[in-house]
Write a protein that binds this ligand. Sequence first.
Ligand code: NZQ
Ligand code: ZN
Length: 395
Amino acid sequence: MEFEYYNPTRLIFAAGALARLGEVASQHGKRALLVTGGGSVKRSGVYDRAVASLKLAGVSTVECSGVEPNPRITTVRRGAKIARNEGCDVIIALGGGSAMDAAKVMAAAFYYDGDPWDMIFHGQTVPYVPTRALPIITVPTLAATGSEMNMGAVISNEETKEKSFVQAQCLYPVVALVDPELTMSVPQDQTAYGICDIITHVTEGYFNGVAGTPIQDRFAEGVIITAMEYGLKALEDGNNLEARAQVQWASIVALNGWVNAGTNGGFPVHMIEHTLSAYHDITHGAGLAVVNPAWMRFAARHRPEKFVQFAERIFGLDAKNSIDLDCALEGIDRFEAFLKSIGCPTRLSELGIGDALLTEYAKETVRIIHDDKGLLPGQPPMSEADIVAVLRSAL
Ligand code: NZQ
Ligand code: ZN
């Protein structure tokens, strides 16, 4: 196990923390670009409260609204232009992962004269990795992506049907102002997709990482069990603040680098899902709910011991031995049943996806990210035929 860990984001986590937005933002700028989605923050009153807090602290605002789920590069270009024209010196994302990701790339695009699409890793030999960005403050309203405290962003290009990521140190938010109260208005379906996204962030490292990471395994299992237990409570009663808070915290820990530190694995389920989202504009967490169990059944045959551990520690199953494949597969069935029980799709058909383009999805996924043998990184590395087989099993 070898790693270096770095995360400079200041995390403020408290119910009611939104009231501190002005105080916090005024330490980083005087004129903020407020990046929002399709209107949920307006309907909930969160937007007005944010603006009032900023105004009180002497921070003026200009808005870039309308960031779509699976945020588009066109929206990033639009936001960066507003920030430049309006002389913004800080960017505040108020919304879900989509608003946060778009805001991050706008912050870097502010200083970049080329096209921000150059920053998104979409298979170009030398992507442009930004080194400078406006200070970013994230105020998440949905527990899912962990974008609030990491250096990643995922952006789609409608024209080229591509969806991919950028990772750069300048994209770490200076502050993540996390107020779990803001997630109480998230509808049931998005709450469930968020739970699936959180769990998948840690299962990627758990199953694809190097061997010999006992602490990371226990961290990951803690995130999974907590997201399942408190996720169910949040679904039962969306106003259960304690449940919302635990799920929000799980979402942060799952992808701020801590749980996966040293695992050094690929993210094959995410890479495949991003292709499906690029073609069909589906919700990220819903796509993961379909791909992850199908991928697990494929990978369990390669590495049964890790899946046996999952089955025993998450679902309390009793394995005959450390490579008991039946037990491993039973654990995956239980996981899929959990996803189904909270309202996630588990078949491609439920997402309106048929078998016509399976080969194309596979080719496209591997084109964007591959190892030196041309395989999708993971345990095991996947050929295009493997990806097609996994997707076919999820039809
Ligand atoms: O757009 P608005 O009106 O705000 O509504 C959103 C949207 O319709 C709604 N919503 C958000 N907060 C709400 C709310 N509705 C009611 N009350 C609230 N408090 O939920 C819908 C989905 O929002 P979105 O931001 O798209 O969801 P999510 O947070 O799941 O973000 C998904 C995006 O993040 C990317 C995904 O690929 C996808 O593009 N990811 C980003 C990652 C990262 N930066 O580290 C990692 C992830 O693996 C993921 O790929
Ligand atoms: Zn994800």
